[in-house]
Design a protein around this ligand. Structure first.
Ligand code: PLP
Length: 436
């Protein structure tokens, strides 16, 4: 499989090179030259396949000859060695719980897959790699956890100071070793901009081999397709496929779902559920894409003003707006609506959502009211305990904290505070290179 750049100014590369590069040299995103069709047999008999076999069949065509079969099967087994259950909330709405991995959010799957692929490629190349990543909250912890102690790889995480939850912050600032946390006085968009600037800095790239662990990296983006297959495997009514509502920020997750659907996975419709950051909901109304400064909300992992992966969604539909509209709806949900949803679902259905899941639930509920013959799945992207500071006052009860998290909360935060200035990041990276 070859990958081209969405800017069409860079050479095509294979999976290995696309993973190592992160972003294409022309600043575009890598996109597969074709979308492989999923074997019909797999879809029809999906309940008879193990998750690992499904994952191998789905991902192998994208990986191609970059990783031998036995190693890819191992990577997959390590990536998905936790439950991804589909849980009934109401007669028409189910929750796919993606938060049973080590850092309690769905990003564990992508981060684990990518870190293991990159670890394999680096070993083969005898080259030191620096992974640079901006996080709005959950990516940082997942990437830190995935890469912790991986030989030959240093990880630098930028996060917006005061804009991530306390659990999220501890997950990315307490590991140490090859994990470096930069606490930026600014927003997530500032962090993302600093990272993008570093990737295009020639002097820096001569000294260091930089790559990105953001969802622009194909090795993080593509394995997210698996959630949708695992959801369908557990879906009872195969003749009436689910509407799937995806809490969306940078649009990597939902884009992977749409890719799976184009490859042949039955899905009725996709809903991109956003918070007040409504660039895509506006686009779906007006067909005009206007990036904005992100605003802070209680579903902070979706506070993105210029979602990187949206370009890939347009690419899937060959930039045909009508085709996109048939598959995708999008809406913007306020913090008040999020809180009300969280509270009422907890008290009437005894199901505790996290703020991101609540955004997705509310969007799905609205959609089903307008399409009463349909049923749906909300992707529950994080464990509510990750956002206990938001959740507890809303439900008026304490959320039990798992022991592993309680221990982590006792550890000392180790971050390096810097201003939102690309030159400061450059200086830090050069210093890191000297010390390697
Ligand atoms: C990252 C994240 C999102 C948004 O996912 P994208 O792929 O960036 O759209 C939603 N919810 C949670 C909990 C997240 O961590």
């Amino acid at each position: 499989m070859q990958y081209f750049s969405t800017n069409h100014q860079s050479p095509e590369v294979d999976f290995k090179q696309a993973t190592i590069n992160g972003q294409a040299p022309d600043k575009g995103l890598y996109f597969p030259e074709r979308i492989p069709a999923i074997p019909k047999e797999l879809i029809e008999n999906i309940t008879q396949y193990s998750n690992e076999e499904i994952a191998y069949q789905v991902l192998q065509p994208y990986v191609g000859s970059s990783i031998p079969e036995d190693i890819l099967r191992n990577i997959i087994a390590e990536t998905i060695n936790f439950d991804i259950p589909l849980v009934k909330i109401t007669d028409t709405i189910f929750s796919l719980e993606l938060y049973h991995g080590p850092t309690l959010a769905f990003k564990d799957v992508g981060a684990r897959f990518m870190s293991r692929c990159l670890g394999y490629f680096v070993k083969e190349q005898h080259k030191k790699v620096t992974v640079l990543v901006a996080t709005s909250g959950d990516t940082g912890g997942a990437v830190a956890n995935g890469f912790y102690g991986v030989e030959g790889i240093e990880v630098v995480i930028l996060y917006p100071s005061g804009k991530v939850s306390s659990v999220q912050e501890k997950q990315l600032t307490t590991l140490g070793k090859n994990i470096h946390a930069l606490e930026v006085a600014g927003t997530f968009d500032d962090c993302q901009l600093m990272v993008k600037q570093a990737f295009t800095d020639e002097a820096l790239n001569e000294r260091l081999f930089l790559t990105s662990a953001n969802s622009i990296n194909v090795a993080r983006w593509l394995p997210q397709q698996l959630y949708y297959f695992f959801a369908y495997k557990q879906w009872m009514d195969k003749n009436n496929p689910p509407v799937i509502s995806v809490p969306s920020g940078n649009f990597g997750n939902i884009c992977a779902g749409i890719l799976a659907h184009i490859g042949g996975l039955p899905v009725q419709h996709f809903i991109a559920a956003c918070n007040a950051n409504d660039v895509v909901p506006s686009f779906m109304q007006t067909e005009r894409y206007e990036p904005k400064q992100s605003v802070a909300t209680i579903s902070n992992a979706m506070d993105v003003g210029n979602p990187s992966n949206f370009i890939r969604i347009l690419e899937i539909f060959h930039h045909k707006f009508k085709d996109l509209q048939n598959v995708l709806s999008s809406c913007s949900i306020s913090d008040d609506e999020t809180r009300t949803t969280l509270k009422s679902v907890y008290h009437t259905k005894q199901y505790l959502l996290d703020p991101h899941g609540a955004v997705g639930f509310f969007a799905l509920q609205n959609y089903i009211q307008q399409h009463p013959d349909q049923k749906g799945i909300v992707l529950e992207t994080a464990h509510p305990v990750k956002f206990y500071d938001v959740v507890e006052p809303v439900i008026g009860e304490a959320v039990p904290i798992p022991a592993t998290i309680r221990e982590q909360m006792q550890l000392e935060k180790k971050s390096i505070q810097i201003n939102a200035d690309g030159d400061l990041l450059k200086a830090f990276l050069l210093e890191l290179a000297v010390n390697q």
